[in-house]
Design a protein around this ligand. Structure first.
Ligand code: ADP
Ligand code: 5GP
Length: 197
């Protein structure tokens, strides 16, 4: 039987876990939920995106993101190395293709945490993917979380809130909505959707 480049036997497509995409407005709590989930279930593989955004305090290259220059992002796009990419609030973000396909082929549960435009692109290229929307309990709470995080300048928060209105209006395009009232509950629901628990 043919081996993959990692030496593992490929899992037949029909028995592979589906790719799961988690989207939702900036500040809703996507990173918090994913970090909580992965602490208890490190076997869930989270794609690390490339971005032209500058690191926030505490963010490390190769952990939260691959932080790249505009020129490096141009090359990734031109070489077809990204499964999808989008511009969000003044920066570009993209999902490295090879790693995602490799993990799916190995039969591992794969999670992408990407914006609405990226979710739409994944739906087009991989219709079997499940799209999960993370919604805030209310608009006021979203503003509170985004502002309270304290990582963005006021004009960047404004840009992200403008994008958030567009993202919230697209909720019906997703297969499932989870409301982020409790991080613990949402993480558990997400794991169940991914058939991990
Ligand atoms: P995103 O990744 O969606 O941009 P973050 O995970 O950075 O959002 O969360 C934004 C802010 O909201 C953070 O300060 C985080 O601690 C807080 N937060 C996340 N989930 C909850 C929750 N369920 N209840 C209260 N605060 C939350
Ligand atoms: P942040 O700058 O807050 O980390 O991310 C901003 C937005 O970009 C979030 O909605 C996040 O989900 C999204 N994002 C992160 N990585 C990717 C990616 O690879 N592709 C796309 N399309 N969006 C991404």
């Amino acid at each position: 039987m043919a081996a993959t480049s990692r030496g593992a036997t490929p899992v037949p497509p029909e028995s592979r876990p589906r790719l799961t995409v988690l989207s939702g407005p900036s500040g809703v709590g996507k990173s918090t939920v994913v970090a909580h989930m992965r602490k208890e279930h490190p076997e869930v593989w989270l794609s690390v995106s490339a971005t032209t955004r500058k690191p926030r305090p505490g963010e490390k290259h190769g952990v939260q993101y691959f932080f790249v220059t505009d020129e490096e992002m141009d090359k990734l796009i031109a070489n077809g190395e990204l499964l999808e990419w989008a511009e969000f609030a003044g920066n570009r973000y993209g999902t490295p293709r090879a790693a995602v396909l490799e993990r799916l082929e190995a039969g591992e549960p794969v999670l992408l945490e990407i914006d609405l435009q990226g979710a739409r692109l994944v739906r087009e290229s991989m219709p079997e993917a499940q799209l999960v929307f993370l919604a805030p309990p209310s608009w006021e709470e979203l503003v509170r979380r985004l502002t309270g995080r304290g990582t963005e300048a006021p004009e960047v928060i404004e840009r992200r809130l403008t994008a958030a209105r567009v993202e919230l209006a697209a909720e019906s395009e997703f297969d499932t909505t989870l409301v982020n009232t409790s991080v613990k509950d949402v993480a558990r629901e997400l794991l169940a959707l991914m058939n991990v628990v």
